[in-house]
Ligand binder design. Sequence first.
Ligand code: ME8
Length: 541
Amino acid sequence: MTEKTFYVTTPIYYVNDKPHIGHAYTTIACDVLARFMKLDGYDVKFTTGTDEHGQKVDKAAKDKGIDPQKFTDEVSQSFRDLVRCPSGGGHNLLNCINNDFIRTTEPRHKKAAQALWKRIEDNGYIYKDTYGGWYAIRDEAYYQENELTEKDGKKIAPSGAEVEWVEEESYFFKLSAFQKRLVDFYEAHADFIFPESRRNEVMSFVKGGKDFEEGALKDLSISRTTFDWGVEVPGDSAHVMYVWIDALCNYLTSAGFPDDMDNFTKYWGTQENRKAVHVVGKDILRFHAVYWPAFLMAAELPLPKQIVAHGWWTIEGEKMSKSLGNVISPQELVDNFGLDQLRYFMLRAMPFGNDGDFNRERLAEVVNADLANNIGNLAQRTLSMIQKNCDGKVPEFGEDNTDLLEEVKTILSIDNRNPGSYFSNMRSDSYKHSIGFDMALMDVMAASSRTNEYFAENAPWALKKEGKLDEMGNVLYHTAEAIRRIAIVLQPFCPTAAGKILDQLAVPQNQRMFKHLTDEFALQSGTKLPAPEGVFPRIEK
Ligand code: ME8
C-alpha cells in the first residue's frame, strides 16, 4: 500500500472527573504530531474521546445520585470542550485537528467491542471460570497478592490505589497463551514501545524477569457481574465486559471496525504496514503494550505501529491531587498564558517520556525567551521595517552574502532531513529515544537565533540611515524569507501564531506545507503585505 496515511490516538479519558493539565498534555502532544504529519503530506486520522463505562464511572455517578448515562452525558461535555467534536458540541479550547471524538457509550462502539469479543472467543481464547482476586477501582485493574503492600490496615496497589477483594463468575482471556508471541514481537520490533527504558520494563514484565520464565503472564478476568454499567458480553446478559477491553477497542471503532473495513485498513493498516500510534501516559502503558497487542493477536487483527508513553507532571513540585487542591484546569492555563504559549512550553520544557514539574514562573521565562524575545521580536521588527521603509511590499533582493538561507536550511535540515534534525525527531520511523518534540523545537529556536544574529550584524536600520536602501532591502528580504521557513516549521506547535506570521508575510494558505520550504516557494519581491502586529506578547509576572 503506498497511500500516505497516519493514525494517532490519545487515551480515552475517564469521565469520573473534570479534565486537567495531564489530559491537556497528552492531547496537545497528539495534536502536534497530527499537524506535523499533515504538513508532511499525510492523510491523518486523529482520534480522542471518553471512556464512559466501568465501576469507577458507575461509582462516581452513584455518589452524585445520578443515572450513569446522564452523568456521562454531562461530564464528557467538559472533555468535548477541549477539542473538536465532529458530531457537534465541542469548543476546541486546545485548537486540535482531531477528526473523531468517540464515546464508548455510542452504539457504533458497543457493536465494535462485541465484534472484537466474538473474534477472540471464536478463536478459542475466552473461557468461563470463577475469579477471586484483588481489584482497584481507581485503576480499573487487577493485582496479584505479591504486588500489594499494607497501609493503615488496608491493601494498597503499587499505584497507591486501594484494592478490594472480588469473587465472582467471570470470563477469562488466555493471556498466558501470548507470552512467547509478545516477547518475539517486541524483540523483532525495537521501535514498538518508546521510550526505551519503558520498553525494557514491559519486556521484563512479560518475560517474568530478565530471562524468559514460562507462566509469568496470568490469564485475565475480562467480565464483571456485580454491576451492569458496561458493554454486554455477547450471548450472556449477566456479564458486562471488563472496562479495559471495551476502552482499548475504541481505537478500532474510530477507524471503522467492524463495518467499514476499507476505512479500517486505510488508517489502522495491515500487519505488514501497521499505522496507528498510541500516545499514552506511563500509568497505562501495560494495558497498551501487553494486553492490547495480545487481544489483537487473539482476534487476528493487525497490531498498532507504536506505543509512546510520556511522563507525568507535578505541580510546583507537588503531586497533583484534589486533596492538595492543586489540580489545574486547561481553561485556567489558556486564560493566563495563551494557548500557543502553553502548547510550546509543555513540549519544550521536558523530553517526552520524562517526568517534569509545571511551574508558572518557568513557563513565563521559557515563553518570554523563546517566543517573545527570539521569534516574536524578530518577526515584529522585520515586518515593521518593511512596512515603513519598503512601501509595505516584500523588498527586492540581491546576493545574501552571509548565506543565511543556506544556514537556516542546514539547521532545519530541509534538504536532506539529517538524523537528529527537526524532521527525524518528529517522524515516527526515526525516533531515537522517543518523539523528539523538545529537540525539534531546539532546532526551530536555533534557526531563529541565527536569523536574529544576521539581522543584528547587518543592521538594516543603520543601512537606512546611510542611505543604502538597496542593501537594507536585501537584508530585510533575507530575514523575512528565513522567518517564512521558521514559521512553517513552528506551525504544529503554535498553529495560531505561526499562521499569523505567515499571513503577515502574505504566504498563500496552500503554500504552507513542508514541501513549500524550498527556494522555489520563497517570498516574491513586490508582494503587498498587510500591516504587521505582534503575535507573541511578553508574559508579565
Ligand atoms: O487511564 N501528567 O483514563 P484517565 C501527565 N480511561 N499526564 C497525565 C497526568 C499527569 N499528572 N495525569 C493524567 C484512563 N494524565 C483510561 C484510558 S485508553 C484506552 C483508556 C494523562 O482519565 C495521561 O495521558 O485516567 C494518562 O494516560 C491519562 O491522562 C489517563 O487518563
